[in-house]
Design a protein around this ligand. Structure first.
Ligand code: LRH
Length: 494
């Protein structure tokens, strides 16, 4: 069978994977890997979008050098961000990074015009300050001229797809993350946009995940010396692709897609939109196979990545492994943070922010790197328990273990802490879930795999899963009660 090529863009790195079916198993092979380094200019944070697009060309060139052109290409990336095109098809400005500060406080301004409850009932999407809705609203204030000139808004993978094929369309899984897709209508919520004086004409058609979406345009084929390969709109939101690759044959399961973000939740046939979901600030993101992910964003390994960045800036060259060893040797349960406290979204100095949080909550701040890492990992594991229990309350179901996928499973300490915190087994793998989900959707579109359920069985049969059994139950139970108390999570629910 012919191979397909998946481009998976994460917030800190990107990769291209070739996928192929051999003897009833799925084989993947890394073709290309690159850093994704956002650029700060004049106080704003941007993606280096053309450099990232160039990496798609490098990936294609590598397949050419290896003498194996893929039968199709698919692209997935982080959600919510977008590029604007003018009427000639030119990119208007460089796409902003969702952590750019221009959306600070914007959500509250929008709520003054349309109440939070109404926005939730229309969209089913959790409130994150960087949702596309608030980014567009911020743009209308800071650069109305750009918005007036725009004729098309394309989410990041759709923008790359447009650069490759010349065709402009968004895709369902990513469209839902904008917070102006209405699952009851099954399309853009134009009324919501109109009431916020945001242009509805930009949005255009939405393709279902797994649609054929054009072929490489002639210009690219000539430049790279490759044939006009078909491009498939996969589940272009990376979390949608990752969850498509959960290795299970069960209908009901909970997952944690663990990378820069931790995305925890379950899969539903329909969006679950009610007061309880709103109060818990869960979301309903569109997925592959006509599903919705009832999930919650947890700040994730971003906190650790940012600590490491700060320590490296100060001259430290301690490796990731060494830091984890120090964390394993540090005192248990010395202090806790709520990883989702807004102050951790984009602080200038993450270690200092952690210290400040500890002081403000009456705790002794961590005194060294090992203690800091331990605090972050224990707090994440405890937050996972909290969100797992909220998920069970919302669905009325009980889950007997947790699937973890994504790069975060390299962090064995975090996997073990998570099993301890939730008191249930953790099944870790596969690491490259987003790329694998991307590959599955291409194979389904090409008729190589029947459907999502067969794809998941194929993943189960093809990739190893590491099992972490819960340990130290009593200590973790006590720690959880202290964590709830210190973070005020239960108080904030009242
Ligand atoms: C993870 C992710 C997540 C979004 C965030 C912006 O990469 O796509 O699902 O909330 O990035």
């Amino acid at each position: 069978m012919s191979s397909v090529l998946a481009f998976d863009f994460g917030a800190s790195s990107g990769k291209a994977y070739r996928g192929k079916l051999l003897d009833g198993r799925l084989h993947i092979e890394e073709v290309h890997r690159f850093a994704n380094q956002p650029v700060r200019v004049n106080g704003h944070l941007y993606w280096d979008i053309l450099q990232l697009f160039q990496q798609i060309k490098w990936g294609l060139l590598k397949t050419k050098q290896e003498g194996e052109y893929p039968a199709a290409i698919g692209i997935d990336s982080w959600a919510v961000d977008f590029g604007l095109l003018d009427e000639t098809g030119e990119l208007l400005g460089n796409p902003y990074h969702y952590r750019d500060r221009r959306t600070d406080g914007v959500m509250q301004e929008v709520f003054a015009q349309i109440p939070r409850t109404e926005i939730f009932h229309r969209t089913g999407i959790q409130f994150l300050p960087f949702n596309t809705l608030y980014q567009l609203y911020a743009l209308r204030k800071t650069n109305p001229g750009q918005l007036e000139k725009a004729t098309d808004l394309l989410m990041i993978p759709a923008l790359f797809r447009y650069f490759l094929t010349g065709e402009k369309h968004n895709e369902f899984s990513n469209a839902t993350t904008t917070q102006f897709y209405n699952p009851q209508i099954g399309g853009w919520d134009t009324e919501l946009l109109r009431r916020l004086q945001l242009p509805e004409k930009l949005m255009g058609p939405i393709l279902p995940p797994g649609s054929r979406a054009g072929v490489l345009q002639q210009e690219i084929c000539r430049e790279l010396g490759v044939p006009s390969i078909p491009v498939i709109a996969v589940a272009e939101h990376d979390t949608g692709s990752a969850v498509a690759a959960i290795p299970t044959d069960q209908e009901d399961f909970v997952y944690l897609s663990c990378g820069t973000w931790s995305l925890m939740g379950t899969e539903q046939r329909q969006a679950l939109i009610n007061q309880q979901v709103l109060a818990a600030n869960f979301t309903n993101e569109g997925g592959a196979g006509q599903t919705f992910r009832l999930l919650k964003n947890i700040m994730g390994l971003w906190i650790l990545q940012e600590c490491i960045r700060a320590w490296e800036t100060e001259g430290s060259n301690t490796s990731y492994e060494q830091l984890l060893d120090r964390a394993a040797a540090a005192d248990a349960f010395a202090c806790f943070i709520d990883p989702d406290h807004p102050s951790f979204l984009h602080p200038e100095q993450m270690p200092a922010q952690i210290m400040q949080y500890c002081l403000e909550t009456g705790q002794q701040p961590p005194a060294n790197t090992g203690a800091t890492v331990r605090c972050v990992l224990e707090s994440l594991a405890l937050k996972y328990r909290y969100i797992l229990e909220r998920t069970e309350q919302l669905t009325g179901k009980r889950y007997n273990g947790l699937h973890i996928v994504g790069g975060g499973i390299h962090n064995k300490l975090l996997c073990q802490f998570t099993a301890n915190a939730i008191g249930r087994p953790v099944w870790a793998g596969p690491v490259e879930a987003s790329a694998i989900g991307n590959i599955l959707l291409q194979m389904i579109a090409l008729g190589q795999i029947a459907d999502l359920a067969s794809g998941r069985n194929m993943v189960k049969a093809s990739f190893p899963v590491t099992v972490y059994q819960p340990a130290e139950q009593r200590d973790w139970e006590n720690a959880y009660q202290r964590f709830l108390d210190i973070t005020g999570l239960l108080r904030s629910e009242e």
